[in-house]
Design a protein around this ligand. Structure first.
Ligand code: AMP
Ligand code: GLY
Length: 422
């Protein structure tokens, strides 16, 4: 099989690493990739959003399967273009990628399928949004309807904060077009988990659940980030609750999409709040999470490539994945100043030694190689993943590797998988 992974983060390095282990892999490329993917795949200099270039590369090189990492190319129609060219793609068509591209579409699906989720209202008029907030009372969650790269959600603790957010999103245009329409939602409470499944449009196979650490600082303080660490399995989602989430949230959503003639093929990410009334849907994403992927894939014992092919070919009905027992912890190393103003400085030393520690895998994100030196090149620079017999072992292995990496200009959260574990 000739496979092309699209993206350049640690998630895509983890995808390449897992695919490279497949006995049926012939050739692996990554577009555009990073120094980490270069060790298991051939990087090609094509941007993730250059749909035309990706399709023509895939055609010219007889690619059998394209695996998109991030959502943006899917929302822009990469899967549509590839399928039109007769190339398999492990991700949804544009019509189903709306689940992530338009938050109100997810709400529409949830309503139609009776999926438990936060009560909400949608506004294109700021005055109406403010009036609704005042009637409901705080706390409330304000969300930009469009894609806002993780910056489009504010949990407002007071009405003043809600009104300020509405002004910034809808009037000041802080998020551009993405914030002109907002959803205002009831604030749910409870531990949050990321549940992943693989679907071929009709059948579904669980890919596990992980806990994402979204805030920059220890103890869940500081600004929201793309994710500073992840732990798998997600302890808050017991097997009974996971089954409830499959029955009440994932299966009904997939069935509703199929019924509308837009079946979901690929990896579906359900962001859930485990409330006292059971799991409720916060959002759907149409791809693997980053860093959840870097925690989950090291636990996968089966062939990822065979699973993705089965999803493309509608053959997940009789498919089963095997998972290693134990736990996995992924710690993100970021440049100081991330997420607001990352300053990628200094040099990462000790990478080779860290990678040799037991149970450890390093996944590159924003790194660059200059001669023999590895330099940071962005906000989230590296994910250090480790598996272990249990959470405590996985955690101590991951932090042993973090300590082995000498990079004073970077930081990581010291509490991933720790006792204050959500
Ligand atoms: P994201 O959409 O991934 O940028 O993250 C938004 C975050 O806001 C979620 O991960 C939750 O922590 C929080 N959030 C979103 N919707 C709600 C809600 N209805 N109630 C409480 N928290 C929410
Ligand atoms: N870690 C959350 C995400 O990938 O959206």
């Amino acid at each position: 099989m000739r496979v092309l992974v699209v993206g350049s983060g640690a998630r895509e390095h983890a995808l390449c690493w897992a695919l490279a282990a497949s006995p049926i892999l012939g050739k692996l490329w990554c577009a555009p990739g990073n120094p980490g993917t270069a060790s298991v795949a051939e990087n090609i200099p094509i941007a993730t959003l250059d749909t035309a270039a990706i399709v023509s590369f895939a055609r010219a090189n007889a690619v059998d399967l394209v695996v998109p990492g991030p959502e943006a190319p899917l929302v822009a129609g990469l899967a549509d273009a590839l399928l039109e060219a007769g190339i398999r793609v492990a991700g949804p068509l544009k019509a189903a990628a709306r689940l992530e591209g338009e938050k109100s579409f997810t709400k529409e699906i949830a309503e139609a399928a009776g999926i438990p989720t936060a009560r909400f209202a949608r506004f294109d008029d700021p005055a109406a949004a403010r009036a609704w907030c005042r009637r409901q009372g705080a706390p409330l969650v304000i969300k930009a309807d469009g894609l806002a790269a993780g910056k489009g959600v504010v949990v407002a603790r007071s009405i003043a904060e809600a009104e300020e957010t509405i002004a910034e999103f809808m009037e000041a245009g802080r998020l551009g077009e993405a914030g002109r329409v907002v959803l205002v939602e009831e604030c749910l409470t409870g531990p949050e988990v990321s549940l992943f499944v693989l679907s071929d449009g009709a059948h579904v196979v669980p890919l596990g659940a992980a806990t994402d650490y979204k805030r920059a600082g220890e103890g869940d303080r500081g600004p929201n980030t793309g994710g500073m660490g992840a732990v798998a399995p997600a302890l808050a989602l017991t097997p009974v609750l996971a089954e409830a989430a499959m029955q009440r949230i994932v299966r009904p959503a997939l069935a509703e999409l199929a019924k509308r003639g837009t079946p979901f093929r690929g990896i579906l990410f359900a962001g859930l709040m485990v409330t006292e009334e059971g799991p409720k849907l916060i959002e759907f994403n149409v791809r693997f999470g980053d860093p959840e992927c870097q925690a989950l894939l090291p636990l996968l014992a089966s062939d990822l490539l065979a699973a993705l092919l089965a999803a493309c070919d509608g053959e997940l009905g009789d498919f089963d994945l095997r998972w290693r027992t134990g736990a996995s912890v992924a710690v993100v190393l970021a440049a100081r100043g991330y997420p607001e103003a990352p300053a990628p400085e200094g040099e990462l030393r000790g990478i080779e030694r860290a990678a040799l520690l037991p149970g450890v895998q390093l996944f590159h994100a924003a790194t660059r190689r200059v001669e023999n030196r590895l330099l940071p090149a962005g906000g989230r620079v590296l994910t250090v993943s480790a598996t272990g017999f249990d959470l405590a072992e996985a955690r101590s292995r991951a932090y042993a590797a973090v300590r082995t990496i000498d990079w004073p200009e970077g930081f990581s959260r010291p509490d991933i998988g720790g006792p204050s574990f959500p």
